[in-house]
Design a protein around this ligand. Structure first.
Ligand code: SF4
Length: 475
């Protein structure tokens, strides 16, 4: 389909199947150089690592999962919480040993921590040869050459244009069924606790037709689900420089949904202030746009939301939740919550708990507040909630979410869902795993003749707070 569509051809470099996933690791690259890459943090980072792999493959690098045999060790870092950075520092200790055993091995730090620390990283970590920010991956070949000549390389320039739209990701750890497509980069919001605007720069949306071209090419190659990625997908807006045409997120969703009814569309992450009824209506109109929305609330209290600079209040968020269930009663919503933000009172914490019950989240990502250097909150607000109270409030949020998730899944017992088979279940090779439209993981016994990438109807027989168990039914 991709080839015979004149508006799409040439917009992206087609993915070369022989250079994807396991095949790429297996490809010997005898005598060639090899890279080893670890990725941490959000899905954007994992997608960026696929762009990095593609750039290195163009340079003749092969990939290895064994850092001992690598010529180049890369770590794509996250900076969202202190713990994320501690993890990276621990990994660098390990890389240091490898480098001592195999002098000449290069070590490069990518991603948000590289962008946050910049050249300071080189002073703090002597083993590091290259520090490369999220917008500078095209510069990798040059920085590797510089480092091979014994000079340290740094490029942490944040761009207002870069979207890597013309680079076809090399899906290293792909299951061949589901894939992520980055549709925009950066974030123009300024949530007071967040480093992302400082580490990923200003928002810029990618050419809509290159996104459709990539999704079409993936469908042609057997993928059956794509997730459109952005820090805040709802503010996606692309204007065609040659024409007056402009495409917003609802229109992009429709363009991808129209590729083929068997290509499922997911997206992440939404922002409560920008999610429109137009997006919800488009979701309701296409069966293949999955009925699942990740809508971070962060707090259920309006005063705390204002301190967080989230630009919406409790009532606005509840209105959006009502709108979602109005357009799609069977839609699942998940969220992010931060416990113990600056000056949060016990009553305000209780409002986060009542918001969770109101929204009836299918699952959530839950953390206690971790002050990040350079953020608005770090500069203006006191991190005055004790660690003990932060942990106690977080445990209350987690306990409640487990109860809600369990009820949410129990209510699915007896229902039949269309499921996309993604592969073998982790626990048993006799079972398949796959997700329904609501993004719930389902496990069910295999049936002959079926394989990953097939759709099946699965009736739910049992449920835990994390998984639905069922069996394939005809029809
Ligand atoms: S929307 Fe807020 S929390 Fe999300 S990436 Fe942007 S600044 Fe960070």
């Amino acid at each position: 389909m991709y080839n015979d569509n004149p508006t799409l051809s040439g917009l992206i470099k087609e993915i070369d199947e022989s250079k994807q996933g396991e095949a790429f690791y297996k490809e010997g690259h005898e005598g060639g150089k090899k890279f080893y890459i670890e990725s941490y943090g959000c899905q954007m980072n994992f997608s960026d690592s696929e762009i990095v792999a593609s750039i290195l493959a163009e340079e003749g690098f092969g990939a290895t999962r064994d850092m001992e045999e690598a010529d180049l060790i890369l770590v794509n870092t996250c900076s969202i919480r202190e713990k994320a950075e501690e993890t990276v520092r621990k990994r660098l200790r390990l890389f240091d040993k490898v480098k001592q055993n195999k002098p000449g091995t290069l070590v490069g730090v990518l991603g948000c921590m590289a962008e946050r620390l910049k050249a300071k990283f080189l002073e703090e970590e002597k083993l590091v040869d290259m520090v490369i920010g999220p917008d500078a991956y095209r510069d990798l070949p040059k920085l590797i050459a510089t480092a091979e000549d014994g000079e340290k390389g740094v490029n942490v320039f944040l761009s207002r244009e870069e979207t890597y739209a013309d680079i076809s990701p090399l899906r290293l750890d792909s299951n061949g069924v589901t894939a992520f497509i980055s549709i925009m980069r950066g974030c123009d919001n300024m949530c007071s606790f967040c480093v992302v605007p400082f580490t990923r720069g200003r928002e810029r949306s990618r050419d809509s037709y290159s996104i459709v071209a990539e999704a079409t090419d993936l469908f042609d190659k057997g993928y059956r689900e794509v997730t459109l990625l952005g820090q805040n997908v709802d503010s996606y807006k692309w204007s065609n420089p040659e024409t007056e045409e402009s495409v917003n997120f609802a229109q992009l969703l429709e363009m991808t949904a129209k590729i083929h009814p068997d290509l499922r569309i997911r997206f992440s992450t939404s922002h409560p202030k920008d999610i429109t009824d137009e997006v919800l209506e488009t979701m309701a109109n296409y069966e293949n746009i999955c009925k699942y929305i990740h809508l971070p609330v962060q707090s259920g209290n309006s005063r705390v939301l204002e301190l967080m600079n989230r630009t919406y209040d409790r009532e606005w968020y509840m209105d959006r939740v009502n709108a979602i269930y109005r357009y799609m009663p069977d839609c699942a919503i998940s969220s992010d919550m931060i416990a113990g933000f600056c000056s949060e009172t016990e009553e305000e914490h209780q409002e986060t708990l009542t918001m969770m019950e109101f929204a009836n989240y299918s699952m959530s990502y839950m953390f206690y507040y971790s002050e990040r250097p350079g953020t608005l909150a770090h500069r203006k607000l006191e991190d005055d909630i004790s660690l003990e109270v932060k942990k106690r409030r977080l445990n209350e949020i987690i306990r409640l979410q487990n109860q809600i998730s369990f009820k949410h899944n129990q209510a699915d017992i007896g229902k039949t869902f269309k499921v996309l088979i993604e592969g073998d279940s982790k626990k048993s090779a006799d079972d398949f795993k796959g997700r329904n439209s609501q993004n719930k993981m389902m496990v069910f016994p295999k049936k002959n003749g079926l394989k990953p990438g097939d759709y099946v109807q699965v009736k739910v027989k049992d449920a835990t707070s994390a998984t639905l168990k069922g069996e394939i039914v005809e029809g």
